[in-house]
Design a protein around this ligand. Structure first.
Ligand SMILES: Nc1ncnc2c1ncn2[C@@H]1O[C@H](COP(=O)(O)OP(=O)(O)O)[C@@H](O)[C@H]1O
Ligand SMILES: [Mg+2]
Length: 587
């Protein structure tokens, strides 16, 4: 049976994380635009889509990372293979992630700072304000100039020529000042006397008549505005209304308006500047924090990926060390570790075959030893048989009167020794030709009580205790072989007790390497086993008893091995011996 293990990879997880990563970048590009235009016009963070994303995404990622950390913590507590290496790798990755994002964060924040400072720097503010001043000054100059010119005494002497030659007057006005774009003259009463210059300067008598002398209010029309100066003057007995006009193009007004409103907006933003700065920095963290979390998650997955083959190697090495030579690692080809895995697999194959060879050689030498001991054991009873037979013959020829008694003695010796030989051969046959176990579910309690019952009558001085025998506990085993095991062990226990003593049997459930076993203890209060014999009691034909075969324990050991179990003992001289047997609950 070859058990295999695949180095699994979490490619799907990696792909989904990368997708999230890229969509996050797209989101940043989209929202960066939006947030900046929002902030500069209205209240800061007015974008309500940004907020849930900025909160939910990092929250979600933090939960995922928390789950991963918890999983690793559990693995560490359970002593999962490779978990320490995994933790070190993850820490390593996490430190790299944080180290690489730290300078980025510092750069971005200081970049925002610098940009903001530049943005709201004094040259720009001064420029804007200067522009507004310029506009105001231009206006002021026009107004002042027209007022000074319109009210000047020079003009009142010039106007005296109006009845005679108004054209000359206009020409002189034009020569004197660039401010006058038109000259309009009414006679008191409403009759228009004359008009010169830009038609746009014209104004009706009804309007003019309501004005006081001097600079009139500035009047705006669709495409221009006009400044006017009115003078009432009596020349040659008639009263004249004389109007000087300056035309200001609308274009200029519009630009002036824009400049003023820009200046206002700028001042307003400058007021919001601290909030704006905080918003930008928050925005940076809202998006860079999930990015850092995502990178952490990726590093988790990557370390898992890196660690997996090493873990399966470690696992496999441990199994092989435990004696499972059938274990092989399945690895995806193309992996950097695949050659390592391959050499591991071939190493285990070689180990398995060499161990197989070793077992074979051990078997052969064991059999040689058995054959030698067999010859020896058979020779022992042969000598008394031969002696007895010779004695019968000799006494028969001798015509001895005691012949009948001697015959009886000799023949019973022969019969006894032949019986011994027969026992020996019988046990040897059991040992040499132990058939494969016929597995069925056996109730362990029944087996042990049966074994005890056999000896109760023959050893009346021994008390038998059955402890902790679970009624329902059953194991898959061969009935007759198990009977032999417990009979041999209980027999040895009884034989070790000199006068009176006790034999105790007990079962427990134990767990070894994820497998459940039934542990059976057979404990006696006998002589114990000598230190020198500890290594020999399981050897075939080792016995310290007169008439012992030395095959009881080897047979027991064979049967237990055939049932995938283990057997060992603990002993103390003059206190007693306990034999332990672990048998698997499942095969
Ligand atoms: N419960 C025990 N107490 C003391 N010695 C024991 C016990 N079981 C086995 N032994 C020792 O191990 C030897 C081998 O036992 P075994 O293989 O059953 O052969 P045998 O019983 O025929 O001697 C025994 O001769 C004895 O010295
Ligand atoms: Mg025995």
């Amino acid at each position: 049976m070859i058990r295999q293990r695949t180095a699994t990879t979490s490619t799907a997880g990696l792909i989904s994380i990368l997708l999230t990563y890229f969509s996050l970048i797209v989101l940043i590009l989209v929202f960066a635009r939006q947030i900046i235009s929002d902030v500069s016009l209205e209240s800061p963070i007015s974008n309500y889509i940004v907020i849930p994303i900025a909160i939910i995404l990092p929250l979600f990622l933090t939960v995922v990372i928390g789950l991963n950390v918890y999983r690793i913590w559990r693995e560490k507590r359970r002593g999962h293979p490779g978990v320490n290496l995994k933790i070190r790798l993850m820490l390593f990755f996490a430190i790299i992630t944080l180290l690489s994002s730290l300078p980025q964060g510092i750069l971005s924040v200081s970049f925002i700072e610098i940009a903001m400072n530049r943005w709201f720097s004094s040259p720009i503010a001064e420029g804007l304000e200067g522009g507004v001043d310029l506009v105001l000054q231009y206006n002021l100059e026009k107004v002042k100039g027209l007022r000074a010119f319109g009210g000047s005494p020079l003009l009142s002497s010039l106007y005296r020529d109006i009845p005679r030659s108004p054209l000359n007057v206009w020409k002189t006005v034009q020569e004197t000042s660039t401010l006058a774009d038109s000259l309009q003259i009414y006679l008191a009463g409403g009759e228009e006397h004359s008009f010169f210059g830009d038609e746009r300067g014209k104004v009706s008598y009804q309007r003019v008549n309501t004005w006081d002398s001097g600079l009139a209010n500035r009047e705006s029309y669709e495409s221009y505005s006009a400044l006017r100066y009115l003078r009432r003057q009596t020349i040659g007995g008639n009263e004249y209304l004389i109007i000087l006009s300056t035309i200001i193009p609308k274009d200029f007004d519009k630009k002036a308006e824009k400049l003023t409103s820009s200046n206002d907006t700028f001042n307003q933003i400058e007021l919001f500047q601290p909030i704006f700065r905080i918003t930008l920095i928050l925005f940076y963290f809202f998006f860079s924090f999930p990015l850092i979390l995502l990178s952490l998650l990726i590093s988790f997955l990557l370390s898992e990926e890196v660690i997996q083959p090493i873990v399966s190697l470690e696992d496999a090495t441990r199994r092989v060390a435990d004696g499972d030579f059938s274990y092989r690692i399945l690895n995806r080809t193309g992996n950097e570790l695949s050659s390592l895995v391959q050499s591991f697999n071939s190493m285990v194959s070689e180990l398995e075959s060499s161990r197989h060879k070793l077992l074979q050689t051990e078997k052969i030498s064991a059999w040689q030893e058995i054959a030698q001991r067999m010859a020896h054991e058979i020779k022992n009873p042969l000598t008394p048989i031969k002696l007895s037979a010779e004695r019968i013959l000799y006494r028969y020829r001798d015509k001895n009167i005691n012949f009948e008694r001697i015959l009886e003695q000799a023949v019973s010796t022969i019969i006894r020794e032949v019986g011994n030989l027969n026992d020996l051969l019988g046990e040897f046959r059991d040992f040499a030709r132990l058939p494969a176990p016929q597995i069925s579910d056996l109730r362990i309690r029944d087996l042990l009580t049966e074994a005890v019952e056999v000896f109760r009558d023959s050893y009346p001085t021994v008390t038998f205790d059955l402890e902790n025998l679970d009624q329902s506990l059953s194991i898959p085993a061969d009935r007759s072989q198990m009977r032999q095991v417990f009979t041999n062990l209980v027999k040895n226990a009884c034989e070790s007790i000199q006068d009176t003593g006790s034999v105790m049997l007990r079962t427990d459930l134990v767990r070894k390497r994820n497998k459940q076993y039934c542990r059976i203890q057979i404990k006696d209060s006998g002589l114990g086993i000598e230190q020198d014999f500890h290594g020999q009691v399981f050897n075939p034909y080792f016995t310290t008893k007169e008439g012992g075969t030395g095959l009881g324990l080897p047979i027991v050991e064979r049967i237990i091995f055939d049932h995938d179990g283990q057997i060992w003992f603990e002993t103390e001289k003059n206190t007693g011996t306990t034999f332990f047997i672990d048998l698997p609950l499942e095969r």
